[in-house]
Ligand binder design. Structure first.
Ligand code: HGY
Ligand code: MN
Ligand code: MN
Length: 409
């Protein structure tokens, strides 16, 4: 019994054609029509494998193969929504490989001991509805469903409206099935495995994430007539914050990252001093105390910039997740299984957020990473060698077999 590698690659390519961008990337932002089309393609494959498909109250999709002793399922999965111009593997590899693992049982007419379940979580990327990992967060009890329903997207509609519009407001009670274990295969999205020439990451945790929306308000004014010492330039305040954040990462030290991914000046005109700038700040660290220290320095800088530039600032916390540690037994199982298969491997922490970090709240959870070429992701250039994808899928399957044979029992 093996995963069907050929079909896995075919399906990665087939899914990539939905929401393909001009640069050859993927654009299936959560609960858009492209995301809906991707979901329908995956559901058609799940039904081809005669799996029982259910949609829960926040649009999470679950496909189940009943086992001998039906109960808590061994769940594998990830997401298929993407950032605005992402790659073809982020999330998709984990979902398609998980489906191949379960389909291997169906194709070989072998009944697993446990129920096996493939999960596709809603809005993992968080680029349209914040926070990210929203579907798995609600599933794991980290956010009340009604609060999630009322989240307003960047384009002004609520999460619930889009679930209804796309037909993914399901009736399965969200979080009603607590998995026996959760495994997520994912590309690393960073340079570590490639730089160390290692094939597999046994991921033992995810770093903490802090997302903040910042709005500087100064005074729009004439670009030509306003003397420099009379300006309250929200654009300059934003620029100072970006530089300050880079300095904060140096101060906190290795492992601290800071990103301003969104920056929107208003009125955004060549001859008008920006009176307003809204921007996002993404801070991450695998050490909670250091992340808190970075947040404190960030707040200090906001106050300093406002005082010196004569602007005011408002902030809104969009997401805040502490670092997560995965199940040690599962991490060991992944590295031991990789070693037994002859694949180089290392324990590592994930720089990116994942649905697994939410599932770790409710069941034994771990992740498998495969290398990303030049560490690039959230970019059409995202790429992993086919043979590396095959190794990831094979390891996911072998790890699943061991859990199904009672490793955690
Ligand atoms: O932001 C993240 O790390 C994830 O891709 N949502
Ligand atoms: Mn992902
Ligand atoms: Mn991503």
């Amino acid at each position: 019994m093996n995963v069907n590698i050929i079909r896995m690659h075919e399906r990665i390519v087939a899914l990539s054609k939905i929401g393909m961008t001009q640069e050859g990337g993927s654009r299936r932002i959560a609960l858009t029509d492209a995301d809906k089309a991707g979901r329908e393609l995956l559901i058609s494959w799940m039904k081809q494998s005669k799996l029982e498909v259910q949609i829960d109250q926040v649009g999470n999709i679950f496909a189940t193969l009943k086992g001998k002793s039906s109960g808590q399922p061994i769940m594998m999965g990830s997401h298929i929504d993407t950032v605005g111009n992402g790659g073809h593997l982020d999330g998709c590899l984990g979902v398609i490989a998980a489906l191949e693992c379960v389909t291997a049982f169906v194709d070989s007419d072998v009944l697993p001991n446990h129920d096996l379940c493939v999960g596709i979580f809603t809005n993992e990327e968080g680029v349209r509805f914040v926070p990210d990992m929203l579907g798995s967060l609600v599933y794991a009890g980290g956010m009340d469903m009604e609060d999630a329903y009322n989240i307003v997207s960047t384009d002004g509609v609520t999460f619930k409206e889009e679930l209804i519009r796309t037909g993914y407001l399901g009736d399965m009670k969200c979080g009603s099935r607590v998995p026996h274990a959760f495994l997520e295969l994912h590309i690393e999205q960073g340079p570590i495995l490639e730089n160390k020439n290692i094939l597999i990451g046994a991921v033992d945790g995810v770093q903490g994430i802090s997302w903040t929306n910042v709005i500087f308000t100064g005074q729009s004014n004439h670009a030509g007539t306003t003397p420099m010492d009379m300006r309250h330039d929200a654009g300059y305040a934003a620029a100072r914050l970006i530089v300050a954040l880079r300095e904060i990462t140096a101060k906190i030290g290795a492992g601290q990252v800071a990103t301003v991914g969104v920056i929107k000046p208003a009125p955004n005109l060549i001859n008008v001093v920006p009176g307003k700038v809204s921007m996002t700040v993404d801070l991450r660290n695998s050490n909670e105390e250091k992340l808190k220290a970075a947040e404190a320095l960030f707040t200090e800088q906001l106050e300093k910039i406002c005082l010196e530039e004569g602007v005011v600032v408002s902030t809104e916390k969009l997401a805040r997740f502490e670092p997560v540690v995965f199940d040690e037994r599962l991490c060991d199982l992944i590295s031991k299984t990789a070693t037994a298969l002859g694949y180089s491997n290392m324990h590592m922490t994930s720089g990116a957020g994942h649905d697994a970090q939410m599932m770790a709240r409710i069941c034994p959870t771990a992740m498998i990473f495969v290398p990303s070429r030049s560490g690039i992701s959230h970019n059409p250039k995202e790429f992993t060698e086919s043979v590396q994808l095959n190794i990831g899928a094979e390891l996911l399957f072998e790890t699943l077999l061991k859990i199904d044979q009672g490793y955690l029992d």
